[in-house]
Design a protein around this ligand. Structure first.
Ligand SMILES: [Zn+2]
Length: 376
């Protein structure tokens, strides 16, 4: 295997960028959407089905995998790729974001975070060093720095203190990661909605030096306007020749807006989670298949979509299996949603490559409706 990790930009259009990340396990076309495989599975999907939607890379969660089945066990079984039967690139998060969401169950110190497992109540200490060790045991291709994300609402002083702690942890993560050819370490910018703090964080990360950079601390309930407000300047603080990753985003229009502002990679549970609750993303907006209006509709969910749910089944059938809580409902709608997201990314890559991204974006927004829609 070639032991390299390389980001190549093929085109820029406005601030939007199209390119590819080359890794020893395969190429990731950017802008990229990464389906979330929390517990070593993208829920309701076989790995080959995930690949068939067009995904080049999936995300795994350090927090969940360290608790169950345990990183050492995954390593003994040949690593995460082999364990979950996905031989393409995997990005793992650091566990920092998930332990933050444990709120009352965690204790933060300079050393790291002590927390109680949500599974069996056992006490764990997660530090930058341990997070790097876990992600190495899993065999992750793209490793994320261990960081702290303050719970909202937070004062500017709290956001500043948290960001500076994350930067000290970024340095410790870099040291602990060491030299691992073919594997990449991404730094994570923090600083909330403060331009000054974002600039300070980016400067510190650039000084340490990473293979890629994430914009962290967004999509935590601040709303799209505030998020775009930060993305209007923050990506520009990061090196142009490295991939930029916006963590935990988002809805289709969040993704389009982020790409327009210079983001290259995103992940979100939304397409898979929505699929399991009967929600489908389409070019015209969100369709709720629980709605009675679909009960006798023989047409496909989306006549233009080539996914198995749209090729083989009617809206009436999808409505029926959603209502009857049949497993196939989650399987078909997850597939459709992931397919929709990957088509969206492919269309953006083409539009950026051909210098017509602004026109594509205008067409994307026209004809979309808010809330549950009745597709024609
Ligand atoms: Zn479909």
């Amino acid at each position: 295997m070639p032991q390299k990790f390389e980001f190549r930009r093929h085109a820029t259009d406005g601030r939007a960028r199209a390119g590819e990340i080359e890794t020893p396990r395969g190429t990731v076309r950017t802008p990229a959407f990464m389906p979330v495989g929390t517990a070593a599975t993208v829920k309701a999907m076989l790995p080959e089905s995930v690949r068939a939607t067009g995904a080049d890379i999936v995300l795994g969660n350090t927090y969940h995998l360290m608790l169950r089945p345990g990183a050492e066990r995954v390593a003994r079984l040949g690593g995460l790729h082999r364990f979950m039967n996905w031989d393409r690139p995997i990005l793992t998060d650091s566990g920092g974001f998930q332990v933050m969401s444990l709120a009352g169950l965690r204790k933060l110190t300079e050393e790291g975070v002590t927390f109680k497992s949500h599974i069996d109540g056992a006490r764990h200490l997660l530090t930058p060093e341990r997070s790097m060790e876990i992600q190495a045991l899993l065999g992750s291709d793209i490793v994320m720095c261990f960081d702290e994300c303050p719970a909202l609402p937070a004062t500017e002083a709290e956001v500043a203190a948290s960001m500076r702690l994350s930067m000290r942890w970024a340095e410790r993560s870099r040291t602990a990661f060491g030299d691992r050819p073919g594997h990449a370490l991404f730094g994570i910018m923090q600083g909330g909605v403060s331009r000054e703090l974002r600039a300070e964080s980016a400067e510190k990360l650039r000084e340490i030096g990473f293979d890629g950079y994430a914009v962290g601390g967004l999509a935590v309930g601040e709303g799209q306007e505030a998020m775009f407000g930060v993305l209007d300047y923050a990506p520009e603080f990061l090196p142009a020749d490295r991939p930029r990753y916006l963590m935990g985003v988002g809805k289709p229009d969040d993704i389009v807006g982020a790409v327009a502002r210079g983001i290259d990679m995103m992940d979100c549970v939304l397409p898979s989670r929505s699929g399991r609750t009967g929600q489908a993303f389409t070019t015209r907006g969100v369709v709720n298949l629980r709605n009675a209006r679909h009960a006798e509709d023989p047409r496909p969910l989306d006549a233009d979509c080539t996914c198995p749910a749209c090729r083989g089944y009617s809206r009436a059938y999808l409505h029926h299996v959603v209502r009857a809580k049949e497993m196939i409902a989650g399987m078909l709608l997850t597939w459709h949603n992931l397919h929709y997201y990957q088509c969206l990314m492919a269309e953006m890559r083409d539009a950026i490559g051909e210098g017509r991204f602004a026109a594509w974006r205008a067409a994307f927004h026209s004809g979309r409706a808010e809330g549950d829609i009745a597709p024609v």
